[in-house]
Design a protein around this ligand. Structure first.
Ligand code: GLA
Length: 380
């Protein structure tokens, strides 16, 4: 073959390879990112994170919502184990925080008011006179920016939100970054970091509703739960902590050994009456800020196990008491009473008004950091 011909052939083959890889990149991009819609003129996307062990999760930059989370059961059967919707509009409309990032303050602040450095702040109230989950329009309703150069398509999604000074009544411009990472050990890790230009309070969480036998497949009362906590924070009749941190011994709040969620839920215990079931914060057994085991849920029929690890001092266990069949979820499935549970890693509710609780104050110049892991496995 003459040199010229050989050169042409090489160039032709190179062009073919490049065209092929271009195709792949486009396909890969489409697999990673697709359009979900628009909110307030801002583009909203779906991002797919996938590992090599059969786990896949779809997350949107609207509210940082985990739209789906698919994991294998004991026999390798994959199911979506989180409650949610098919359409963006259903997430824009009022809903009980399905899958969402919650902020600036997860759970309740009494009467939506607190004092910092001698100044009283009034938040917007949205829950019987209290402020719940950030107020009327919390982080769950924000369109987050995607930090593209920090994402790893298919593996890692990095979101950013600037919560402006005065938003929902909170002081300080707060910059928040949330990173979702999937790993081959069937873990979804959520890293939170934040900084502020004025002293403020914050408490961030992710609010997926789980049903380990598959979203929309029945109630969660048979799921077995362990919570690594000797104590919990009891509520008053308005679902705000009394300020006490009491022992779980001899109460239906003792989940130190595995117990079915439904086993004691109907007991005539004033705390269960206030919460309409479980809707309480447990004070985790841990050393300050250590990343440690918080809770485990096992569903015996499918063999699915969810373990939760966190750096946070508390976890809100909510047994889906307000689900009542009003919400039609993914695949037209109805979410009836207690068909999903939440385990929201957090600082304790109403900490800004409770000096004995771990502090939720963030000062300018300090970096807030937090990590939570949802780890899936199966019984043998
Ligand atoms: C948290 C709250 C509950 C409820 C749910 C969502 O768990 O403590 O009272 O608001 O979120 O509905």
């Amino acid at each position: 073959m003459r040199t010229d011909n050989r050169r042409d052939l090489i160039l032709f083959l190179l062009a073919l390879i490049l065209a092929g890889s271009g195709q792949n990149t486009k396909e890969q991009k489409e697999m990673w990112q697709s359009t979900f819609g628009n909110v307030g003129g801002k583009k909203v996307f779906l991002f797919t994170l996938k590992n090599s062990s059969g786990m896949e999760t779809v997350i949107t930059n609207f509210g940082g919502i985990i739209v789906s989370l698919k994991v294998p059961d004991r026999h390798g059967v994959i199911d979506d184990v989180t409650l949610g919707f098919d359409s963006l509009q259903s997430y824009v409309d009022k809903h009980p925080y399905f899958g969402a990032l919650v902020g600036r303050y997860a759970n309740r602040i009494n009467k939506g008011t607190f004092s910092l450095n001698g100044k009283t702040h009034q938040l917007s109230v949205n829950n019987g006179g209290n402020s719940l989950h950030g107020g009327v329009s919390g982080f769950d309703k924000a369109v987050w920016d995607v930090i593209e150069n920090e994402c790893i398509p298919g593996r890692k999604l990095v979101l950013f939100y600037l919560s402006k000074d005065g938003e929902e009544g909170y002081p300080g411009n707060l910059s928040v970054k949330v990173t979702f990472t999937i790993s081959d050990s069937n873990a979804l890790d959520i890293f939170y970091s934040a900084s502020t230009d004025q002293t403020t309070v914050l408490n961030l969480t992710s609010h997926p509703y789980f049903n380990l036998s598959g979203a929309g497949s029945g109630d969660i009362l048979g799921h077995e739960l362990i919570i690594n906590a000797d104590r919990f924070t009891p509520l008053n009749e308005y679902n705000v902590p009394t300020g006490e941190i009491i022992r779980v011994e001899n109460t239906p709040f003792d989940f130190r050994n595995p117990k079915a969620i439904g086993e004691r839920i109907a007991q005539n215990d004033p705390q269960l009456v206030y919460g309409k079931g479980y809707d309480h914060n447990w004070a985790l057994n841990k050393k300050e800020k250590e990343f440690s085991f918080a809770a485990r849920v096992t569903e015996q029929r499918t063999g699915r196990i969810l373990e939760i690890w966190t750096t946070e001092p508390g976890i809100q266990f909510y047994s889906g008491n307000f689900l009542d069949g009003r919400f039609i979820g993914k695949g037209m499935r109805t979410y009836n009473h207690r068909t999903g549970f939440c385990l929201e890693t957090q600082h304790f509710p109403d900490s800004p008004n409770q000096p004995a609780f771990p502090s939720t104050v963030l000062e300018p110049g300090k970096q807030f950091e937090s990590q939570t892991r949802f780890l899936f496995s199966n019984t043998k």
